[in-house]
Design a protein around this ligand. Structure first.
Ligand code: BGC
Length: 928
C-alpha cells in the first residue's frame, strides 16, 4: 500500500491524524536527524485537542514549542489550514495560510480564514521560527470540526415518552429507532441533546465515554448538545440507535426537594448524520417514527440514587434485530424552542478506580466497605444473588465516633442504590444517572464475599487535565494538597458545586470565587469556567444582581450577596491571569459591569450597607456560632468586595481598551475606599471589626491609605497571636490571609497558620483522617463528635483556597499580571515552616514550569524550569553570595541577566530553560 492508500484505510477507521503523524515523523527522520532541535506540539483549538463541535466563528489556536535549548523565543510562526489532511502536508488546497507572521504569540491566536460552515472539518499545522535561526518542521496535523451553527441545521424533532405521571422519580424512558444503510459510509456523527441526562448506544455499543451529558447549563437559555464520531459503530445494512434518559438536573430533585426545575417532561433531540463515500449525507432524525419503552432503570436521581431492576432489562434493545412491537410510539413536541449550543467545557468522565481498603462490620452490625478516599462517583459491582433478590448500597463520607455508618449530614439525600437480580448467576452493575459523595459503602441484602474482584468505586468528574502538582517534606501538608485536589475533583461535576453529597450540590458562587484561583493551578479549568461564566451571564438578573447559585434554580430574590456575587468579576479575572484569555473578559464584561452597577444603585454615598449577606461564612465562632469574637461586620465585607469588583472591572476595561470606563470606575473606586475608611476605620487605622478577615480584606484589596497599612498588618499579626496562631477566617478571608501576611513580610506567620495542627487550622482535619477539604474547620470536633448535621459536608472546597498560596508563595510559581498566562513568570520561593523541601510543577499553555527547592544544612538549592517562549524573573530569598548555577557563578551565565540585590533577596531575569541554583542561606542576625 502506498501513503494515500494507507491514509484511505485509516481515515475510514478514524485514525488518519495519528497515522499521518507517524508517517510524517518517519519522513522527517529520513531527511533530518533526530532529535529535532525545535518542534511544535500540543496543538489545541479552543482549549481542546481535535474538537468536533466548535461553534466559535473564529476559534483560538495555541501550541507549545518543544526544545532542549535554553533561551528559546518564537520569533515568527506560520499556520496553514486546509480541508484535506494529505494535501495540507503538501502545502496544497490551503484555505487559510497565514504566511510567515513575525510574532512571538503562540497561544490564543484567532483563526482568520474564510467563514467556516456547519459540520466543516478543517486540518491545521503550524511551524515556527526562533531567535536561534532555527525553524521547526511542520507540526503534526490536527483538526477541528464545526458544530451545527444554524437553527435550520436541526431537522430532528424533540421526542418524548408517554408516561402518565410526568414528573421526577419516574422510570427512565428508552428511545429506539432502526434504520438501514445500503451503501458504504465515509463518516457518521451523532448530534444529541436531551431534557434530562442521556446515555446513547448504537448497535448495542455505548456512544462515547461521557456521563451526565449534555451537562448542566441554564437550560431554558442555553442547552448544550454533544457530538460523537460514531463512524466505527455503523454497519452496512440494519442499524439501531437507542437512547436512555434520566431526570438529571432537568427535572430531578434539587435544593429543598424542589423538582421539575426546568420542566416536567424528559425529551430527546438527536440526529445521526451519515456521509456516504460519494459525499452524500443522510440524516436519521429523532421524530415520530421512534419507539419508546421503560426498562430496568425504575428511577434515578442525583440526590437519591438509582433503582435498577435487572429483570426488566431488554437485551439487545439497541440493536437492529430487536423486536419492538410492544413498544409505544413517541410523542413529538414542535413547540420547544431550545437555544442549542455546542458543548464547550470538558465533559464528565470516569476517572480513578478504588478497590476496597477494608471490609468491616460496624459495632451496629452493618457491613461496610471503606474505599479509603472520600470521592464522588459510584460503586460498580459483580455480585451473585438469586433472581428477584434485592441488594442495597448506601453511601457515607464518614463513620461516627463509635465507628458506625453515618448519613445524617446528607440531610434528605438518600444516596441509595437498589438493585434487583434477574438471575442466580453473577451480575454486573454500575449506576447511570446518579452520583454519590462517599468513602464508605454499606451493603444490605448481600452476604457473600466482597473484595477487589467484585466491588470497586469510580470517581467521576469533569475531564480536566491535571496541570499542577505540589509537594513538600511535610507529609501533613502533602495530604492537605491531596485533599484540595480531591475537593476539586469531587465538586467539579460540569459546574463548580459547593458539595457533592447532601441535598444541595449547586453552583454556589461564593465557594467558586474563593477556590477559583487555586483550581487554575491544579487542573486545566479554562473551558470549565468559561462555560459556567456564560451561564452566570445568562442567569444574572436584569438589574445586575447575580444569583447565589449558577445555574440559578432558586427564587430570584436569592441574589446579590457580597463575596458570592463577586464571582462575576473574580472568576473571569482569574481565568484571564492563568490563560491570558482576553476573550473571557470580553465575554463577561457586560456582566461584570452590571454587577458593579447593581451595587452602585444600592449604595448611598458610595457605601453599600444594605442587602442580605452571608458574610465571612463559617468563620471560627468558638462555641457561640454567629456571635464569636471573629465575627466580621457584614457591611464592612460588602464594601471591601464592592471595591474589589470595581478594581477588577477597571483592570478588564484597561485590557479591553474601554478607556472611558477606566476613568469612570477609577473615580468610583476612590469614593468607595473613602467611604470605607470613614465608616469602618479610625483615623489611626483600627478597624471596627478587629478580626483577621477584616484586616485581611482591607489589606488585600488596598482599602487603607498607604500610611495605615503597615500598622494594620501588625494588628492582623497580633490578632493571630491572640488566637495562638490559629486561623479564624471563614470563606471570604481564608483565600487571602497568607498572601496578605507574605506581602507584609510575615511569611513566618503564614507558615505558622499552615503548620498548625490543632483546631481551627488546615491541618486539623488532616490529622483527623480527612481525605478531602471539610466544609467547616471542625466538621469533626476535637471531642470526636460531629458538627451540626444540617451543615456538615466533608467535601467542600472553599477552605482549600490555601492551595493558591502554596503554589504561588511556598513553591513560588506566579505569573506577572501585566504579562499573564505565565508568559512572564515570577519564580519566588519562600522557604519556612521547617520545610526542608517544596516543589511544584505547573503545565501552562506554554509548557511545564517547575520550581523545586531544598534546604540542607543551610544550603539552599533551587531547580527551575522555564518553558520555551517565556521568560522568568527569579527572586531568591536570604541570599549570601555567591549563587551558583550548575556550578558556575550566576554572574558568568549568559542566560541570567539584570542581577540585583533587594534587601536580603537577589533578583534576576532568566530566559527559558532549566536551571540549578545553589547558595548558602543567610543566618538571621548574623553578619553574612
Ligand atoms: C452551601 C455553601 C454556600 C452557602 C451559602 C451552603 O448551604 O453549602 O457552601 O456558599 O450555603 O451561605
Amino acid at each position: 500500500m502506498n501513503y494515500i492508500q494507507i491514509m484511505g484505510v485509516l481515515k475510514k477507521a478514524g485514525l488518519s491524524t495519528v497515522l499521518l503523524f507517524l508517517l510524517q515523523a518517519k519522513t522527517f527522520s529520513q531527511v533530518q536527524p533526530l532529535p529535532v532541535p525545535l518542534r511544535v506540539e500540543n496543538l489545541i483549538c479552543e482549549y481542546k485537542t481535535n474538537p468536533i463541535a466548535v461553534d466559535a466563528a473564529n476559534p483560538r489556536l495555541s501550541w507549545k514549542l518543544i526544545t532542549q535549548d535554553r533561551g528559546v523565543q518564537q520569533t515568527s510562526y506560520e499556520i496553514r489550514v486546509g480541508s484535506n489532511a494529505v494535501s495540507l502536508t503538501k502545502g496544497k488546497d490551503i484555505i487559510w495560510g497565514t504566511g510567515r507572521i513575525y510574532s512571538p504569540q503562540s497561544i490564543q491566536i484567532y483563526y482568520g480564514g474564510p467563514m467556516l460552515g456547519s459540520r466543516q472539518k478543517v486540518y491545521w499545522q503550524v511551524r515556527v521560527w526562533n531567535n536561534k535561526n532555527q525553524v521547526s518542521p511542520w507540526s503534526m496535523v490536527n483538526f477541528w470540526k464545526m458544530g451545527l451553527l444554524k437553527k435550520t441545521d436541526w431537522t430532528a424533532q424533540w421526542i418524548q415518552d408517554t408516561y402518565l405521571s410526568d414528573t421526577t422519580g419516574g422510570p427512565a424512558p428508552m428511545f429506539r429507532k432502526t434504520f438501514k444503510l445500503d451503501r458504504k459510509i465515509r463518516a457518521a456523527h451523532l448530534y444529541i441533546t436531551a431534557h434530562g441526562v442521556f446515555e446513547a448506544q448504537i448497535n448495542g455499543k455505548r456512544v462515547g465515554d461521557d456521563y451526565f451529558a449534555p451537562g448542566w447549563t441554564s437550560y431554558n437559555k442555553r442547552l448544550q448538545y454533544n457530538v460523537y464520531d460514531v463512524t466505527s459503530s455503523i454497519l452496512k445494512g440494519l442499524n439501531a440507535i437507542g437512547v436512555t434518559i434520566g431526570d438529571g438536573w432537568y427535572r430531578g430533585y434539587t435544593y429543598n426537594r424542589k423538582k421539575n426545575v426546568y420542566g416536567k417532561k424528559l425529551g430527546l433531540l438527536c440526529q445521526l448524520e451519515v456521509v456516504y463515500t460519494n459525499g452524500q449525507r443522510e440524516i436519521i432524525n429523532s421524530d415520530k417514527t421512534w419507539k419508546v419503552a421503560y426498562g430496568p432503570i425504575r428511577s434515578s436521581s442525583f440526590f437519591d440514587g438509582e433503582v435498577y431492576d435487572a429483570r426488566k432489562q431488554k437485551p439487545g434493545w439497541a440493536t437492529g434485530t430487536y423486536k419492538d412491537a410492544t413498544w409505544d410510539t413517541v410523542k413529538t413536541d414542535t413547540t420547544i424552542k431550545a437555544n442549542l449550543i455546542a458543548t464547550s467545557g470538558p465533559t464528565v468522565k470516569k476517572h480513578e478506580k478504588f478497590s476496597p481498603l477494608k471490609v468491616l462490620t460496624t459495632p451496629a452490625g452493618e457491613r461496610v466497605v471503606d474505599f479509603g478516599q472520600n470521592l464522588v462517583g459510584w460503586v460498580q459491582f459483580k455480585l451473585q444473588g438469586k433472581a428477584g433478590d434485592t441488594v442495597r448500597l448506601y453511601h457515607a463520607e464518614v463513620l461516627d465516633q463509635k465507628g458506625n455508618f453515618y448519613t445524617k449530614n446528607l440531610r434528605t439525600a438518600k444516596q441509595e442504590i437498589t438493585y434487583v437480580f434477574k438471575s442466580d448467576s453473577v451480575e454486573t452493575y454500575e449506576p447511570h444517572f446518579t452520583f454519590q459523595g462517599f468513602r464508605f459503602m454499606k451493603i444490605v441484602g448481600y452476604t457473600g464475599p466482597l473484595d477487589s474482584t467484585n466491588v470497586a468505586a469510580y470517581a467521576l468528574y469533569s475531564d480536566m487535565a491535571q496541570t499542577g502538582s505540589f509537594s513538600t517534606s511535610n507529609k501533613l501538608v502533602n495530604q492537605l494538597q491531596h485533599n484540595i485536589q480531591w475537593g476539586q475533583k469531587g465538586n467539579f461535576i460540569d459546574v463548580p458545586t459547593d458539595c457533592p453529597q447532601r441535598d444541595e450540590r449547586m453552583g454556589w458562587t461564593g465557594d467558586a470565587q474563593a477556590f477559583c484561583r487555586t483550581a487554575t493551578f491544579n487542573m486545566d479549568v479554562a473551558g470549565f469556567f468559561t462555560k459556567w461564566l456564560k451561564d452566570l451571564s445568562a442567569d444574572q438578573h436584569k438589574d445586575g444582581a447575580v444569583p447565589y447559585v449558577i445555574p440559578n434554580m432558586l427564587d430570584s430574590t436569592l441574589s446579590a450577596a457580597s463575596g458570592w456575587s463577586d464571582v462575576a468579576t473574580i472568576a473571569p479575572w482569574n481565568i484571564y491571569l492563568a490563560y491570558n484569555d482576553k476573550q473571557v473578559l470580553q465575554q463577561q464584561y457586560n456582566s461584570m459591569k452590571a454587577w458593579v452597577g447593581y451595587i452602585q444603585r444600592h449604595s448611598r454615598n458610595y457605601l453599600w450597607d444594605t442587602g442580605n449577606h452571608f458574610g465571612d461564612w463559617l468563620f471560627y465562632a468558638g462555641t457561640n456560632y454567629e456571635d464569636g469574637a471573629a465575627l466580621t461586620d457584614k457591611n464592612l465585607i460588602a464594601q471591601a468586595f464592592y471595591a474589589h469588583s470595581t478594581q477588577l472591572l477597571i483592570n478588564a476595561a484597561r485590557i479591553l481598551g474601554h478607556s472611558d470606563d477606566v476613568q469612570t470606575y477609577t473615580q468610583l473606586l476612590y469614593n468607595i475606599k473613602k467611604a470605607f475608611n470613614s465608616e469602618y476605620v479610625t483615623p489611626n487605622g483600627r478597624m471596627i471589626s478587629g478580626t483577621q478577615t477584616s484586616y485581611v480584606l482591607a489589606l488585600n484589596f488596598d482599602m487603607l491609605p498607604e500610611n495605615l497599612r503597615a500598622s494594620a498588618a501588625k494588628r492582623l499579626v497580633s490578632n493571630i497571636e491572640d488566637y495562638d496562631e490559629h486561623i479564624t477566617t471563614g470563606f471570604l478571608g481564608t483565600p487571602y490571609i497568607c498572601h496578605v501576611l507574605s506581602r507584609f513580610g510575615r511569611t513566618d506567620i503564614a507558615y505558622d497558620l499552615l503548620m498548625k495542627e490543632s483546631y481551627p487550622s488546615w491541618l486539623y482535619p488532616v490529622k483527623n483522617g480527612a481525605t478531602t477539604i471539610w466544609e467547616r474547620w471542625d466538621g469533626i470536633k476535637p471531642d470526636g463528635s460531629f458538627e451540626d448535621p444540617e451543615m456538615n459536608s466533608f467535601n467542600h472546597y472553599a477552605y482549600g483556597a490555601i492551595g493558591d498560596w502554596m503554589y504561588r508563595v511556598v513553591a513560588g510559581i506566579n505569573t506577572d499580571e501585566d504579562d499573564p498566562g505565565f508568559h512572564k513568570i515570577i519564580i519566588a520561593p519562600h522557604p519556612g515552616g521547617k520545610l526542608t523541601m517544596a516543589q511544584a510543577e505547573l503545565e501552562t499553555l506554554y509548557g511545564k514550569i517547575k520550581s523545586a527547592w531544598t534546604i540542607d544544612q543551610g544550603i539552599f538549592t533551587l531547580d527551575i524550569t522555564v518553558p520555551p517562549n517565556t521568560t522568568a524573573q527569579v527572586i531568591l530569598p536570604s541570599v549570601t553570595d555567591p549563587i551558583t548555577e550548575n556550578g558556575l557563578d550566576i554572574n558568568t551565565v549568559k542566560e541570567i541577566t539584570d542581577i540585583k540585590k533587594v534587601g536580603n533577596d537577589e533578583q534576576f531575569a532568566v530566559v527559558s530553560g532549566s536551571y540549578h541554583f545553589v547558595y548558602t542561606l543567610r543566618v538571621p542576625g548574623k553578619k553574612n
